[in-house]
Design a protein around this ligand. Sequence first.
Ligand code: KIV
Ligand code: NA
Length: 275
Amino acid sequence: QTRRLNAIDILSRKGGTPIVSLTSYHAHTAAIMDPHVDFILVGDSLGMVMHGLESTIPVTLDMMILQGLAVMRGSKRALVVVDMPFGSYEESPQAAFRSAARIMKETGCGAVKMEGGVHMAETVRFLTQRGIPVMGHIGLTPQSFNTMGGFKVQGKTEASVAAVLADARAIADAGAFALVVEGVIEPVAREITQSVAIPTIGIGASPDCDGQILVLEDMLGLSPRVPKFVKKFGNLGGLIGEAISSYAEEVKARTFPAPENVYTLKTPAATEAAA
Ligand code: KIV
Ligand code: NA
């Protein structure tokens, strides 16, 4: 496949080979993952990962667009999905359309993602009917951090199970092409997957979801603290620390830069001419 994957390619993967996805906010990490993933999410988790914020609430549309552009430049095969940040879409379908249209026009990405269930279904329908592919995001929705009282796993009570199932169905029925299911107890995440016709993308959810996503820095071992659902597939934090410590030692010992790392004039004649 030489063309970029699109939202319909992802939709058609329901019940098939699991969909592989990761977050990226940079051209270089996007290029590294591009051959291995089906879609790249430019997540608003960039607020925490890149900027050290406590939550995703302060993230702006401009921040998402800048990093979305970087990921588009770095990738050529994977679908790029850009998160709609807090405050850019909740107010009305019209406000959401304006924000999503800006993201798509200014980055060239193939889809946007927004958090929310039943109450966002009208907005999802408004956007998809007007040419904007939408990925939903239900369960633990980090932008609701302040009203949920923190990052809380969902589906632990009967009322919560009913609510999260209703959210999943509402977003799927509204025309979303895929649905991130985050922080939902495993049997409920499985039930959601069985009860909607669009692919579910799990994070802290279930191996029975139609795909999985993780924050790149978390799975690489670069994040200082990670939730239980993260598996560290690498220890880049340790490797970076070791490399920087070697660099510091060599600078202080004047063994770096070595002869091969410095510029010299090549011929004696050139040396004389320059003198
Ligand atoms: O912002 C993000 O990284 C996300 C994923 C973890 C789903 O929304
Ligand atoms: Na997000």
